[in-house]
Structure formats: C-alpha cells, structure tokens
Design a protein around this ligand. Structure first.
Ligand SMILES: Nc1ncnc2c1ncn2[C@@H]1O[C@H](COP(=O)(O)OP(=O)(O)O)[C@@H](O)[C@H]1O
Ligand SMILES: [Mg+2]
Length: 210
C-alpha cells in the first residue's frame, strides 16, 4: 500500500496498534536523504502530543567508530552496509522488544560523524519505539532479524532528484565543500541507495515523501 508521509495519519495508524499490544515497534527504512529521520521525529512529536510515550532509536547509532573503520580500511565507505554493526542493532532491538528494562541506545553525532554510546533511553514506559535507517529491510543476515522484530515497516520513497539535492545540502551543512559533497553522494551514497531500493518490497507501507 502507498500513502502520503503524513505524520498525523501515521500516528493514527500507530495508535491503533498501541491499543492491541503493550509495546509497538515501527521501522522506517529508505535510501540516504529520503527523509527517514525527519519523518520519525515528526511522527514521534505527533504521538507525544497525544500523550503516547515514544522513543526513537536510529540505526545510525550503529555506525562503526572511525577507529574501527580505519582498522578495516573502510573509513572512505562510511554508510555502506558493512560499516555498521548490524548484529548489534538487531540485538538491541530484541532487548527493546521485551520492554523489561531501560535500554540505552547509541546516537550518531553528525558533527563528529561518529556514534556515541548510551545516548538515548528507551524506558519500559515507552509504548512506541520508532527505529529508522537505511538497512532495516535487508533480507540478508544479520539484518533479516530486524524486520522480524518490527510490528510495522515503512519505506520512504521520494523523487530521486529531490533526494539527491537534499543529501548534497546536508553534507554541505555538516562541513563538506559542494564538490566534495557531490563526489561523496555519487561514490558512496548512491550505490547504497541502489542496494536499499529493492527492499521496499518488504515494507507494509510505502510512504511518498514530499
Ligand atoms: N519534508 C521535508 N521538507 C524539506 N526538507 C526535508 C524534508 N524531509 C527531510 N528534509 C531534509 O532533507 C535532508 C534529508 O532528510 P533526513 O531526514 O536527514 O533523511 P534520512 O534520515 O532519510 O537520511 C535533511 O537535510 C532534511 O532536513
Ligand atoms: Mg537519517
């Protein structure tokens, strides 16, 4: 099914699930720059306005640190699937799914371009946990464990040119020159986007980003 990426309508959909189970896990997937993080924040805000306790766990927190990427010789590929701790992400979501204890999730610091452990609390009271990132719907191990843990999975789909320009702008905003930003998008982000696109088939909903 396809629908508009409207945070209020999506919050309605999540509220219906909240009525049925103690904790709801929703994943938002999509290519780099599709608007996943922005949409997750908007849906979380809509739920909080309705007094629904929600936590947002970004897959970006599972970026490997530069020290590890240097050891692997993969610093120049940051953002590719093998530059994340996918098994660690799946394990954290499995803990989150039980809702038994506060789980501390890592965040990704865009200034440092590095993950920061212990940044985001997911307390037992959180009725909804939104997670968002590139590789949530990959069918390969260990990522396939992620899809299995999600009550709902959404895929954000936006026009390719719009995504490209927003992605370049975001790289520029966080310190790259325009030429370096465009080179990075072409060499790194776009091959990743091509890997992610076919995983839209595994989503319950495809959301039209604007
Ligand atoms: N609906 C929107 N309108 C305008 N700009 C947006 C919108 N959604 C996202 N953006 C911008 O596009 C860029 C990419 O969005 P982001 O949420 O970071 O994407 P993702 O998390 O999928 O990589 C960001 O700079 C963000 O501010
Ligand atoms: Mg993001």
């Amino acid at each position: 099914m396809r629908m508009r990426a409207d945070p209020e309508l999506l919050a309605d959909r999540i509220e219906a699930l909240v009525a049925m189970r103690p904790r709801v896990l929703v994943g938002i997937a999509g290519a780099p720059g599709a608007g996943k993080s922005t949409l997750a924040a908007a849906v979380a805000a809509a739920l909080r306005a309705r007094r629904v306790a929600v936590a947002v766990v970004p897959m970006d927190g599972f970026h490997l640190a530069d020290v590890a990427l240097d050891a692997l010789g993969r610093r120049g590929a940051k953002g590719a699937v093998d530059t994340f701790d996918g098994a660690g992400f799946a394990a954290l979501l499995a803990r989150v799914a039980t809702g038994e204890e506060t789980v501390w999730a890592p965040a990704f610091d865009r200034e440092l371009e590095q993950p920061i452990a212990g940044s985001i609390p997911v307390p037992p009271e959180a009725r909804v946990v939104l997670t968002e990132g590139n590789y949530l719907l990959l069918p390969e191990k260990p990522w396939n464990r992620v899809r299995a843990l999600l009550d709902e999975a959404w895929y954000v789909d936006i026009d390719g040119d719009l995504r490209y320009s927003r992605l370049v702008e975001r790289h520029v905003r966080f310190g790259k020159s325009r030429a370096a930003a465009e080179a990075w998008v072409q060499a790194v982000d776009e091959p990743n986007a091509a890997r992610i696109r076919p995983t839209a088939d595994r989503a319950d909903l495809v959301l039209r980003g604007e």
